[in-house]
Design a protein around this ligand. Structure first.
Ligand SMILES: [Fe+2]
Length: 183
């Protein structure tokens, strides 16, 4: 399947979201090249990561049930889980690293692979729509150290006084040593 054309088609009424997805694709490819990872897998993961973002509430709930996901999960996380479900059932993706990368891209996860960390970082550092200062700083860090960029993002997320998913907290425990100035 031509994932790029498909995403352009389904996001044609959501130009801002499409710009973000294309930005994540560009930045994921760049990071995969820097860290000598599988560029094609990085590209597919980026293209599909927000595929469920614009699905209506009712359909989203149906997919959550079909996928066997917990409806008590925070609503903001649903698109990541349904994204995994659609990648598997509608896009024919069977690669578990890609599927889990999509599922975990919002919360992070302590067991993320290098490739999955690329998406986790690029979701914030893409250049097309993420124009704020922390994104720029994180982008510069990401070209030198993926782990430092992950630590920067987690610290940034956790500075928001909301309840965080346990995966985010567990990942922070593992990566906080990479935060610059933490030693
Ligand atoms: Fe995204």
């Amino acid at each position: 399947m031509d994932y790029l054309q498909n995403i352009k088609d389904i996001m044609k009424e959501h130009p801002g979201r499409l710009e973000h997805i294309l930005g994540v694709m560009d930045e994921s490819i760049k990071l995969a090249e820097i860290y000598k990872l599988d560029v094609e897998k990085a590209r597919v993961m980026a293209l599909l990561h927000d595929v469920a973002k614009k699905i209506g509430d009712c359909t989203m709930k149906t997919y959550m049930v079909q996928g066997g996901y917990d409806l008590k999960l925070h609503h903001k996380l649903w698109h990541a889980y349904v994204g995994e479900f659609l990648a598997l059932t509608q896009y024919g993706v069977t690669d578990d690293e890609i599927l889990k990368g999509i599922k975990w891209h919002t919360t992070g996860h302590p067991d993320m692979t290098e490739l999955q960390k690329v998406l986790f970082v690029a979701d914030i550092t893409e250049k097309r729509t993420r124009l704020f200062e922390d994104a720029r700083i994180m982008r510069e860090i990401s070209y030198k150290s993926l782990n430092e960029a992950v630590a920067y993002k987690l610290n940034y997320m956790l500075s928001n006084p909301i309840t965080h998913h346990p995966y985010t907290v567990e990942m922070w425990e593992k990566y906080k040593k990479y935060l610059k100035g933490s030693e």
